[in-house]
Write a protein that binds this ligand. Sequence first.
Ligand code: FMN
Length: 313
Amino acid sequence: MPCGVPLPPLRKEFLSGHASMHMEPAREILKSVRVRGREAEYLLTLEREDFSALYPRMVRFVLTVREGDRIRAVFRTNTFEYSPLSPLAAGTAAQEKAAEWEQDLTADPSAIFRNYPAGPALRPQEPAADLVIIQGSPRPDGNCGILTGWAAEAAGDAGRTSRVIYPHDLDIHPCIGCYQCYNTGTCVFDDDMRSIIDAVRGARLLIVCSPVYTNTVPAGLKLVIDRMQAYHAERTLSGGRSGQAGILFSVAGRKGGDNFTCIIKVIIPFFLNLGIEPAGQMLIDSVDAVRDIRLLPGRKEEVKGLVAAALSR
Ligand SMILES: Cc1cc2nc3c(=O)[nH]c(=O)nc-3n(C[C@H](O)[C@H](O)[C@H](O)COP(=O)(O)O)c2cc1C
């Protein structure tokens, strides 16, 4: 007989060590020189920022060109960008770039200004939705699809807007671990992940709806989770909203609560890492036996109640 697994209380290990607060690193000016160019005078500065509170021994170097009050160019690099076999290191790369810019500013700075603009942060393209659901099953009309429909219906009943994201239909490059998002707060890949981050940033409630695949989340959802590192970087560097809530819905084909062990270990820290407070979970096992969770009495009401409560917080 299919059974729902009762909500396990959140364990302490999930609740600590996941601060995603705006970080003000300790700064040290390594270089500050005035450079006379053909058309203007520039101030070239190289700063060292200590991010070791975020990651062990992480240091970021920021090279800036100012013309009066205006920032004309910025280059950033951090120690985590350089993998063990790389012949380069962040500190030397920054110092070399500073020396190169100091020379180029005296002659022709146009390439620096063109290639390293200080540009404004990208703004969201779509209006924010109150509820964002990441539907992690590749089967749009499977059981996660049913849970998603119930959750969206609860939002509609409460007069809230909702948006569903189907990772498997989208163009999302896997994270390549370049850590360049900790330079700028954005990912080097310009793909559908930008709009997913915009949606999550704007939501008051995020629901992750995932089937258990090989004891963990399906591949498309894992892509989203890894690429959210850029949103974590954005929040770390620039700050972010608080008061967002997250709910986990999951279904497993097999019987037993232990089928959800990894899913919980993946999704709850994922919420916490983004400053999202876990506000409940519903884990439904033995789904392969029943095949359609609409046959489980009371489930729809439970899901809608959980979503309505989280949206009214
Ligand atoms: C590739 C694959 C791997 C799966 N691995 C597990 C598993 O490790 N444990 C489990 O309980 N169910 C597993 N299942 C069963 C699914 O969790 C189950 O069929 C679920 O209902 C699928 O969700 P959906 O209906 O939303 O698509 C797997 C299914 C597939 C297709």
